[in-house]
Design a binder for this molecule. Structure first.
Ligand code: FAD
Length: 434
């Protein structure tokens, strides 16, 4: 059976549902095809360990204009994560205890040195391709720049771990431009950038916002539809699912993460730079593990070595005599987050005296519908892969936080890209482009 729509949106995460809402508000007949049995994509609010937890994307901030506008539009507030009272960090030879302020002070000079050029390189953070320097800098590895900075061993160890946390991946191939884009988006202030990444949560969870966006749209949403092929011919594109259904539309918005794009056959083939970007993929291949420990402990934060299975811990909730903690690590294959003993061993390296009771997570990297956590770019992506994907084809428009201009990698970037894709399809003329 073949059904004809004005637009088909692939993926019901923030990018897809935003694009669907914008297109249907303009009177277009829109179909959303989602492979999973739920909406939300890489955000997923679920009751686990006795509390509603975010298994994926969590924190938002007013420096992020797209998500902030959506929260205001639907009257959804934010709530802060607890202020930590204790801190631990690996100084290059041992784990030391101190205060969270001491830890932030140690990170201050290294991050200020690293970020000094961010606004010069990206004077307009939401127009990264307009940068005069980005092409030249896009072949520079972040670790090269970290190694060039005049830092002592403790500062360098912490800076590497801090950026390993931000990339949620091993830094070997990480692009300096990606770090500078995050810093520029926070106006060059690393403390605001850090606050943006890990402080304010959505009241009711990200689920509240995704449901509000979905409810505001008359677009038809079909769950459990795994798209395997998109064939573009003339003025239409045909979208085929693994179940053999075919849907036809004038325009297709593809919001799947870069790694999930590899599972879709495009005819004709995409531009070589786009194919190459899909083949190489993103660097965010790490883990986010939730676990509970015995006792309601004072809230804490901890940085380990960049190479440890968990290199960052942050406690979030007290529930029934336990403390619920989030751990991030750079390599999803280095830790079985479902194994209490393995998590205990990883945690012992960062904070003494915690007794892990239970753990939970979603393995986003093993999940074929994501294949990555949050998209962090390798060298060369900004100057080649990103423009190729943003250009799309006559009928296919790529969206999603992997191809965002501003806060790429965040919920904000996903929403921004959904707006951009809809605007492109609706052919809204630019009033004054930069
Ligand atoms: C562990 C983790 C922590 C994060 N923390 C934060 C944070 O604190 N703050 C923040 O702002 N961001 C965070 N992020 C990033 C943020 O969640 C994402 O950038 C954002 O949700 C991506 O939205 P999207 O719509 O671009 O993509 P997705 O949410 O991935 O949506 C794409 C959709 O496409 C579907 N799909 C894939 N393949 C197919 C197919 N073949 N056919 C049909 N459908 C398909 C997927 O199932 C998915 O629903 C985090 C992400 C993770 C994983």
């Amino acid at each position: 059976m073949t059904s004809r729509y004005d637009a088909i949106v692939i993926g019901a995460g923030f990018a897809g549902l935003t694009a669907a809402r914008e297109l249907s508000a303009a009177g277009r007949r829109v179909l959303v095809l989602e492979a999973r049995d739920r909406t939300g994509g890489r955000t997923w609010t679920e009751r686990r360990l006795g509390h509603d937890l975010e298994l994926g994307g969590t924190w938002v901030h007013w420096t992020q204009p797209f998500v902030w506008a959506e929260l205001r539009r639907y009257g959804i507030g934010v709530v802060p994560s607890p202020i930590p009272l204790e801190a631990w960090w690996w100084n290059g030879s041992e784990t030391v205890a101190g205060t969270p302020d001491e830890l932030l002070d140690l990170l201050d000079e290294p991050n200020r040195l690293l970020g000094a050029e961010s606004r010069e390189v990206f004077p307009l953070p939401y127009s990264p391709m307009s940068s005069l320097y980005a092409d030249d800098l896009d072949h520079v590895h972040l670790v090269e720049r970290i190694d060039q900075l005049p830092l002592d061993e403790q500062q360098r160890t912490l800076l590497r771990s801090f950026w390993t946390l931000n990339f949620n991946g091993r830094l070997d191939d990480a692009a300096l431009t990606q770090a500078l884009r995050w810093l520029a988006a926070a106006n060059g202030d690393w403390r605001i950038m850090f606050e943006t990444c890990a402080t304010y949560k959505v009241v009711g969870g990200t689920r509240a916002l995704i449901e509000a966006i979905a409810a505001a749209s008359p677009a038809e949403i079909l769950l459990g539809r795994d798209v395997v092929a998109i064939d573009e011919a003339g003025d239409v594109a045909a979208v085929t699912t693994s179940g053999g259904e075919t849907f036809v539309a004038s325009d297709v918005v593809v919001t799947t993460p870069l790694h999930a794009l590899a599972r879709i056959r495009f005819t004709p083939e995409l531009a070589p730079s786009a194919e190459r970007a899909i083949e190489v993929g993103q660097l965010g291949l790490g883990t986010k593990v939730w676990f509970s420990v015995e006792g309601e402990r004072p809230h804490f934060v901890a940085f380990g070595d960049a190479d440890w299975p968990l290199n960052f811990l942050q406690s979030e909730y007290h529930v029934d005599g336990r403390t619920i903690v989030i751990g991030f690590g750079p390599d999803s294959t280095a830790l079985d987050g479902a194994d209490v003993a393995a998590v205990q061993a990883a945690v012992d390296r960062l904070v003494p005296g915690l007794r892990v009771v239970e753990t939970t997570l979603h393995d986003w990297v093993a999940d074929p519908h994501s294949g990555e956590t949050w998209p962090m770019h390798r060298v060369g992506y900004l100057s080649t892969g990103l423009p190729a994907l943003q250009s799309g084809t006559a009928r296919i428009h790529f969206a999603g936080s992997d191809v965002a201009d501003g806060w790429g990698g965040f919920i904000d970037g996903a929403i921004e890209s959904g707006m951009t894709a809809a605007r492109r399809i609706l052919d809204v003329p630019a009033v004054a482009a930069d």
